[in-house]
Write a protein that binds this ligand. Structure first.
Ligand code: TGC
Ligand code: FAD
Length: 392
C-alpha cells in the first residue's frame, strides 16, 4: 500500500464550528490512524484477519465509550467528539470503525443505559480499556430487518435463565469476551442478556468468504441450553425499543464514519488526478474528471453539515430516531457513490490494494446493509413524514 498522505477536505471551514477539545480528539484519532492503521490494514483485509494489535490504540484514543462517563472508564466526551472519532477511524477502514461502534454503542451503551450498577462497574471499565471485547446479537438467520420476529428465547428456571437460539452476522463475535444478546422471555417480551465466553453451550463460529469488511471478524452466536445467571439480565429496559435505542447511537456514529471513508476516497482521487498524465496533461485538467471531483466534494460537504447538525441536536438531547436514520442513509449512500467515482478516476490502479478506494467501496456495501438497510431507513423517513408505517 502507498504511504498515507491523507489531507482532510474541509471545504466549508467546518473546523470553525468545532471546539478546541473536538479538534484535539479528532487530531489524535487522525494521527493514530495514520501511524497504526494505514500501514497494516490492507494486508489485514487481504488476509481476512481482524488486526487485534489495534485494540489497545482504539482504547487509547477514546474510541471505546467516547461518551460514557469517566467514572466507568469512558472518555466523557460529547456527541460531536464521538462522531469525529468514528469519522477518523473509518477514514482508515470501516471494519475498524465497526469494532469501535459495536464496543461503544452496542455493548457499553446498553450496559450503561439499561444495566444495574453492579453490571456497569463489572463490565464498563474493562470494555473501555479493551481488556474485554464485546458483541451485540440482534439479527437472526430468519429475522434481519424485522427483529421483532426473533425466536431466540430464554426460560426462567428459578435460580438461572436457560437461553436457546442463534444469531447471525455478528461483528466481533469470534473473539468477543461477552455478548449483549436480545431474546424473548416466556411472555414474548424482548430483554437484553449478557452472555459470557466460556458459558457451557455457547459457541461463536466465524463467518468466512466475505468480500466486504474483511478486516473485521463476523460470526454467529449459538445458544444451546446456556445457563445464564439472573444477574446477567439487563434490568432497566425491555421491548424492541431497547435494542433499537442502541442502534440510534451506532447509526449516528456511522453517519459520521461514512464521511471518513468518502474523504479518503476523494483525497486519494484528487491527488492521483493531479499526478497522472494522459494525452500530455494531468487527468485533473479534463472536465469529466473535474466533474467527478467537484461532485464528490459537494456531497461530502453536505454530509458533513448534516452530521454536524445532528451532533448538535444529539448534544441537546433533541435528535429523533428518524433524523438519525436520514443521516445514516444519506451519508453511507454518499460515501458509496464517492468511492465508485473515485475508483474510476484511478483507472486500473483503482482496483488494486495499492490504494484504499476499492477496500472502502467493498466495506461500504456492508455499511449500507447493517444497522438497518438503505431501504429500511427510507421507510423510517416515510413513516415519520406520513405517519403511516409501510414495513408490512
Ligand atoms: P416498531 O413497532 O416501529 O417499534 C417497536 C418499539 O421500538 C421503538 N422504536 C425505537 N426506539 C428507539 N430507537 C429507535 N430507532 C426506534 N425505532 C422504534 C418504538 O417506539 C416501539 O416502542 P414501543 O414502546 O411502542 O414498543 O417496530 P417494528 O417491528 O415495526 O420495526 C421497525 C423497524 C423496521 C424500523 C426496525 O425494526 C428496524 O430498525 N429494523 C432494522 C433492523 C436493524 O437495524 N438491525 C441492526 C442489527 S445490529 C447491526 O447491524 C450491527 S452492525 C455493527 C457494526 O459492525 O458496526
Ligand atoms: P433482509 O431483512 O432479509 O433484507 C433483504 C432485502 O429486503 C434488503 O434489501 C431489505 O432492504 C429488503 N427489505 C426487507 N424488509 C423490507 C420491507 N419491509 N420493505 C422493503 N424492503 C424490505 N447484526 C447484529 O445484530 N449484530 C451485528 O454485529 C451485526 N453485524 C453485521 C456485520 C456485517 C458485515 C453484516 C453484513 C451484517 C451485520 N448485522 C449485524 C446484520 C445486519 O443488521 C442485517 O444484515 C440487516 O439488518 C439486514 O438484515 P438481512 O441481511 O437479514 O436482510
Amino acid at each position: 500500500m502507498k504511504p498515507d498522505l491523507f489531507q482532510a477536505p474541509d471545504y466549508y471551514n467546518l473546523d470553525d464550528l468545532l471546539t478546541e477539545e473536538h479538534k484535539m480528539v479528532r487530531d489524535a484519532a487522525r494521527e493514530w490512524v495514520k501511524r497504526d492503521v494505514s500501514p497494516i490494514i490492507e494486508e489485514a483485509a487481504q488476509d481476512a484477519k481482524f488486526p487485534k494489535s489495534i485494540i489497545k490504540g482504539l482504547a487509547e484514543i477514546g474510541a471505546f465509550g467516547p461518551y460514557i462517563p469517566e467514572e466507568y472508564g469512558g472518555a466523557g466526551l460529547d456527541q460531536i467528539a464521538y462522531g469525529l472519532i468514528m469519522q477518523e477511524i473509518e477514514r482508515g477502514d470501516s471494519g475498524v470503525r465497526s469494532t469501535a461502534s459495536v464496543q461503544s454503542s452496542l455493548v457499553m451503551y446498553p450496559i450503561y443505559k439499561y444495566g444495574s450498577e453492579e453490571q456497569r462497574k463489572k463490565f464498563l471499565p474493562k470494555l473501555a480499556s479493551g481488556e474485554f471485547m464485546g458483541c451485540f446479537g440482534l439479527t437472526e438467520p430468519d429475522h434481519g430487518s424485522n427483529p421483532s420476529g426473533m425466536v431466540t428465547n430464554f426460560k426462567d428456571k428459578g435460580d438461572h435463565y436457560l437461553l436457546n437460539g442463534a444469531k447471525l452476522w455478528i461483528s466481533n463475535s469470534p473473539f468477543a469476551d461477552i455478548a449483549v444478546v436480545w431474546a424473548k422471555n416466556e411472555d414474548g417480551r424482548i430483554h437484553g442478556l449478557i452472555v459470557e465466553r466460556g458459558m457451557e453451550g455457547f459457541s461463536t463460529p466465524e463467518t468466512h468468504n466475505k468480500w466486504s469488511l474483511r478486516a473485521s471478524a463476523t460470526g454467529e452466536l449459538i445458544f444451546d441450553n446456556v445457563k445464564i445467571p439472573k444477574e446477567n439480565l439487563l434490568p432497566n429496559k425491555s421491548g424492541l425499543g431497547a435494542p433499537l435505542g442502541c442502534l440510534d447511537s451506532a447509526r449516528f456514529g456511522i453517519a459520521w464514519g461514512a464521511i471518513g471513508a468518502a474523504m479518503d476516497c476523494y483525497d486519494t482521487a484528487l491527488r492521483y488526478s493531479k499526478e497522472r498524465v494522459q494525452f500530455g496533461k494531468p487527468i485533473a485538467s479534463f472536465q469529466l474528471q473535474q466533474k467527478k471531483l467537484a461532485e464528490m466534494i459537494t456531497e461530502i460537504t453536505k454530509a458533513q453539515l448534516l452530521a454536524w447538525r445532528l451532533g448538535v441536536l444529539r448534544n441537546e438531547g433533541k435528535a429523533t430516531s428518524a433524523q438519525i436514520s436520514m443521516a445514516k442513509r444519506n451519508n453511507v449512500d454518499m460515501a458509496l457513490k464517492v468511492a465508485r467515482e473515485a475508483r474510476q478516476v484511478l483507472g486500473a490502479m483503482g482496483i488494486t490494494g495499492d490504494y484504499s478506494i476499492m477496500r472502502h467501496m467493498m466495506n461500504l456495501e456492508s455499511v449500507i446493509t447493517y444497522e438497518g438497510t438503505h431501504d429500511i431507513h427510507l421507510l423510517i423517513t416515510g413513516m415519520d413524514i406520513t405517519g403511516i408505517p409501510a414495513f408490512s
